[in-house]
Design a protein around this ligand. Sequence first.
Ligand SMILES: *[C@@H]1O[C@H](CO)[C@@H](O)[C@H](O)[C@H]1NC(C)=O
Ligand SMILES: *[C@@H]1O[C@H](CO)[C@@H](O)[C@H](O)[C@H]1NC(C)=O
Ligand SMILES: *[C@@H]1O[C@H](CO)[C@@H](O)[C@H](O)[C@H]1NC(C)=O
Ligand SMILES: *[C@@H]1O[C@H](CO)[C@@H](O)[C@H](O)[C@H]1NC(C)=O
Length: 501
Amino acid sequence: MDVGWCFFFLLVQSLLFLPSHTQSDSFTSVLVSQNGLDFVKNLLVNKAIASIIPLQIPRIEKSVRIPFLGGIDVVVSNLTIYELDVASSYVKLGETGVVIVASGTTCNLSMNWHYSYSTWLAPIEISDQGIASVQVEGMEIGLSLGLQSDEGGLKLSLSECGCHVNDISIELEGGASWFYQGMVNAFKDQIGASVESTIAKKLSEGVSDLDSFLQSLPKEIPVDDKAALNVTFTSDPILKDSSVTFEIDGLFTKRETNQDLKSFFRNSASSAICPGNSKMLGISVDEAVFNSAAALYYNAEFMQWIVDKIPEQTLLNTARWRFIIPQLYKKYPNQDMNLNISLSSPPLVKISEEYVGANVDADLVIDVLQADQVIPVACISLVIRGSGALRVMGNNLGGSVRLEDFSMSLKWSNIGNLHLHLLQPIVRTVIQTVFVPYANDHLEKGFPLPIIRGFTLENAEIICSNSEIAVCSDVAYLDSSQQLRSRLTLPRSTPWKSKLL
Ligand SMILES: *[C@@H]1O[C@H](CO)[C@@H](O)[C@H](O)[C@H]1NC(C)=O
Ligand SMILES: *[C@@H]1O[C@H](CO)[C@@H](O)[C@H](O)[C@H]1NC(C)=O
Ligand SMILES: *[C@@H]1O[C@H](CO)[C@@H](O)[C@H](O)[C@H]1NC(C)=O
Ligand SMILES: *[C@@H]1O[C@H](CO)[C@@H](O)[C@H](O)[C@H]1NC(C)=O
């Protein structure tokens, strides 16, 4: 079959299969657009060339019949491809996999030749040897790759691999001219076939290396010593609209334990990630991811603060509260106090087109410190509303919150009724100086987006939509051997929005 047709067939074959995508428990989707595929394809082509060269081709021994001389034994050895040049290549998607075709490929080989013969004319054996250069022109290389999820990992398989040499030219250095033509005729096809099979073999080894690499990708990305992101693949990659979408679990899990957080549901199946955007990569993160983080840290009891130092330290003495809560001063005159703030439920994150926000329910217990004793005297329930800004830093998604407003209600009191409106400024100060900086300290670093090591996001943009955010970005690739670029891009963050939850 003509090789062009052969690749066409590969394409059609992989395009014919119907979509088999079913929505699953995935909270983060990673879409690689055609631009992203081209980027990865170029990377792979360059990596493949670098790994192929220099490529040794097995020696060829042959008996060649030459007019008047009869049979002579020729050995071609040390056949080495030392240059390989891909004129053009493309990547196309079918339903079951990826097709990569490189055409107009040329390669240059060097080789040693040796011949020997004996005839009745000359009783001794006659031999000669030299070197030759070989040019392979118009080589077509095609790969058809299958991509599947396998036990939460990603499996790459080689469905077809073809390499076809169009034309070959051989130039001898030295040697007799009669030998030249015989040599070219006898070895052309065999060298071509050998180049084809050696490159195909090398490519299939390359694919299996890539497969091992993909299978060795971690199923969890550590966030800190307490939390990790579950980056298990939850379904086969979806190949559609010239893009590949990888569905991954994406939720926060407690490190090294199989703790069950409350279950999350994805509100809407992400339809199109970064529509109309020409960026290479789109990562959509459901608000459930943020809520799983909130639930995890809440369960880890990280969300409790004893406030015993504030900028206006006199506020933490009953004397200062004398006129605000007279009973407090009467009962515990001139005693130091602290405030015990604890969250009463995990913060709830809401994402919409206009804003990113969080609702936090907290209990604020007023403690009086008497001798060695901590005496809780009253408890105020707080509902704090914050709005957030998200930012991509390196490969992390981070952000910051600020206080929008809060409401208070008295939960219990041993010191009579409190005039909550009088407490408002003090509580606001505490939230602003303790709570918000604490939250921002943690949010600033953010958490890692599921990006394969070596790739870095460039010119990322964040787009909020109903219940999810999408990071639309280009990527760059840095080999571990390459120097790390010092340039750090800080993409624009989503603007502050004053709307509340
Ligand atoms: C084999 O080929 C390589 C590359 O052309 C060359 O450097 C090397 O000397 C050759 N070896 C022999 C034994 O001729
Ligand atoms: C390799 O072969 C191409 C033609 O196929 C030729 O143009 C090029 O100069 C050769 N390169 C070397 C280094 O010999
Ligand atoms: C990670 O996600 C997968 C798929 O949703 C799930 O089966 C697995 O239990 C999760 N792992 C942990 C440690 O939560
Ligand atoms: C802080 O208050 C919570 C109840 O809101 C309580 O369970 C916890 O023990 C208190 N912590 C301290 C150190 O007083």
